[in-house]
Design a protein around this ligand. Structure first.
Ligand SMILES: [Zn+2]
Length: 157
């Protein structure tokens, strides 16, 4: 568990780096078989309106199974997002949904014990594909050779 005061963190332009092992994440596990270590950097900043902002970068390689051929595949994760910190929900809703010109991409509420790992988890989960598939998948027919686990399975059945 890793908590920061997200307003102070942003205004003091603090920096934090670490990693999330997907095996440790129950929420990721619920979504499928995803393994890997995601590294993150969290940087505090303020925007042009002097609002506290968290800049989260995540990167790493996630191993999972292709839902088409059931062989392993890798997903390259490399993403940065700006998260503006708001002091109440009204402010946040207005900035995120009403003001088209706003530079707000994403928002969170001010919290003295803001859960950093949960934020990282949220970002990773948002980037996970609903059904991962090789870009150029050769499909199941590829496994009809004698050595594949599938033909062995056929023999057992
Ligand atoms: Zn595939």
């Amino acid at each position: 568990m890793l908590y920061v005061d997200n307003v102070k963190f942003a205004k003091a332009k603090k920096k934090l780096a670490g990693e999330l092992d997907l095996v440790q994440s129950t929420r990721v596990k619920e979504l499928g078989e995803f393994t890997g270590i995601i590294k993150y950097n969290l940087d505090g900043a303020v925007d042009s309106l002097n609002r506290p902002v968290l800049i989260l970068s995540i990167y790493g390689i996630i191993s999972t199974l292709c839902q088409n051929c059931l062989q392993s595949m890798e997903l390259n994760i490399d993403n940065q997002s700006r998260i503006t910190v708001f002091f109440n929900e009204d402010q946040m809703d207005k900035a995120m949904f009403a003001d088209i010109e706003s530079e707000v991409e994403d928002g969170v509420l001010a919290e003295s014990e803001f859960d950093v790992m949960q934020l990282v988890e949220d970002e990773v989960i948002m980037l996970l594909p609903y059904a991962s598939k090789h870009d150029e998948c050769i499909g199941l027919s590829y496994h009809d050779d004698a050595d594949s686990p599938f033909s062995k399975l056929k023999n057992i059945i």
